[in-house]
Design a protein around this ligand. Structure first.
Ligand code: F0G
Length: 482
């Protein structure tokens, strides 16, 4: 995106790419949308892609790829061991982060599995700015405990703090003192903190965290899955980085941390994952696990074609024109919604627009999953698929009681360079209709509840017949026939 000035004075984000391959999408009539939602157990993960108009579930593996990425796939070197594709990808990653060793894995959570295996002991503490669902699941699986030591401002839905993903340095020092450094398995910083609304971490904060970790001898792990959004915000919101080259920034991140891992379904706009470190000891331990769980060391469960696409995608991630569309579109949608009085997480972050379901559906109690209910309502209203990021995304406590999320969010993710501005306007329009009719939205209850990662395939049902009432109002207002 560029900030080219318009004669009209309008502030229009202008795409610095053109679209030469397209996919047809369908907007089903309201009755069908309601039926699909019911068949999917009111869980947007269980909807079928063909039934969705705008898929904003995630950007994971759904980002637009460039012509150079497709071209690179044709030169992939298919061999079990010693593939040239692997060495090409390794060189790109070493160059971006300045780290010595690279291990491939089939996606981000596979990296987390390997990292947790080598670092987490029973009852050890992992300190982090905030958890991600799969990170928490892997650490808990090894008997580890997670402690979130993000700044208090992060829990404020509406804020002006430009770096709500920052770790609270005071809390970090206190936690190390309280537990003792030997009980701490890792300090983990997540770029573009996913579950609190794609909020970035500043370099100033990372520097301070790194200093403490180095002086205490604690490993600092950096989850770079959402790195591109965080890079954008270093440049836009952190003065000293305004004129810095993006590679200088990634190099600095590499120099401050002991291990970087990422989901290449996000970073690199392909499908896969990887771990980087210059620490020979950690590398040695992890290297034994890759062939066991992922695949041989030169492909790690990935297709070589995806690895070639990833190598190019990673290089393209160092181009502001490429990485700025998502945060700019998020900002455009958030500003539009805020102007209409619709509650969203602010300041706008990366990844997507996050609706505050607790405020949107203030009449739906947290026991009835307001973010899940809002996700279902948004699909019924507009064929738009978002992702519940609230209590349903949490796991129950050991004693079976509900673990209520800090925030009840509905995430509308922007796959990179996939949507157009008119589609953004459509989203804002349907959300403003829904907001005007928000009293019609009711709660949900589980009918099938898996023990682990229940949000993926759990099934729910509405409390009462609110979806029918919502659809009836929609037909009245938009005149959509049966
Ligand atoms: N870390 C972060 C910050 C993530 O956002 C994700 C995935 C992972 C790790 C795990 O990576 O999916 O490749 O195994 N986030 C996706 C999302 C699922 O929709 O936000 P993965």
């Amino acid at each position: 995106m560029s900030s080219i000035k318009f004669f009209s004075g309008e502030n229009v984000p202008l795409e610095m790419h053109k679209v030469r391959m397209v996919q047809k999408i369908h907007l089903l009539p309201i009755e069908k949308r309601m039926q699909c939602m019911s068949e999917a157990g009111y869980n947007t993960f269980l909807l079928k892609n063909l039934d969705i108009f705008l898929d904003m579930l995630t950007d994971s593996g759904t980002n637009a790829m460039s012509e150079n990425q497709y071209a690179a796939m044709l030169q992939a070197d298919d061999s079990y061991a010693g593939s040239e594709t692997f060495y090409r990808l390794e060189r790109v990653l070493q160059d971006i982060f300045g780290m010595k060793h690279f291990l491939p894995a089939h996606q981000g959570r596979a990296c987390e599995h390997i990292i947790a295996q080598i670092l987490v002991q029973d009852k050890s503490i992992a300190l982090m700015n905030y958890h991600f669902t799969t990170t928490k699941a892997h650490i808990s699986r090894m008997g580890g405990i997670i402690e979130e030591i993000i700044i208090d401002e992060a829990y404020k839905i509406q804020s002006t703090n430009p770096f709500k993903g920052n770790m609270d340095i005071d809390k970090l020092q206190k936690a190390i003192k309280q537990h003792g450094k030997d009980k701490i398995s890792m300090v983990r910083i997540e770029a573009g903190t996913n579950l609190i609304g794609g909020q970035p971490v500043s370099m100033a904060n990372l520097r301070e965290v790194s200093k403490i970790c180095r002086s205490e001898g604690i490993k600092l792990i950096y989850d770079a899955s959402l790195l591109t959004d965080n890079l954008y915000f270093h440049k836009i919101r952190e003065n000293e980085y305004k004129n810095k080259d993006l590679k200088e920034i990634t190099r600095e991140i590499g120099s401050l941390t002991d291990l970087i891992y990422f989901s290449a379904r996000k970073l690199g706009a392909a499908r896969g994952g990887g771990i980087l470190t210059s620490d020979g000891d950690m590398f040695g331990k992890m290297r034994e696990l890759v062939p066991l769980f992922e695949g041989f060391l030169t492909y790690g469960g990935m297709s070589v074609r995806e690895m070639e696409a990833m190598a190019i995608g990673l290089q393209e991630s160092l181009d502001m024109d490429v990485i700025s569309q998502t945060p700019i579109f998020v900002e455009a949608l958030c500003n539009d919604l805020t102007a209409k009085g619709i509650p969203v997480v602010s300041p706008p972050g990366g990844l997507g627009c996050h609706l505050d379901a607790k405020a949107f559906c203030s009449h739906v109690p947290q026991t009835e999953y307001p973010a899940g209910a809002l996700a279902a309502a948004v699909f019924i209203a507009g064929g738009i698929r978002g992702m519940e990021r609230g209590t349903i995304s949490e796991q129950r406590n050991e004693d079976g009681t509900e673990h209520y999320a800090d925030m009840e969010l509905l995430r509308l993710a922007f796959p990179k360079r996939v949507f157009t501005l008119s589609q953004v306007k459509y989203i804002a329009d349907r959300l403003s209709w829904l907001y005007a009719n928000r009293n019609l939205i009711g709660g949900l209850e589980f009918v099938e509840e898996p023990k682990v990662l229940r949000f993926f395939f759990g099934r729910l049902q509405p409390k009462g017949d609110w979806p029918q009432k919502l659809a009836a109002q929609f037909r009245k207002d938009f005149g959509e026939s049966l």
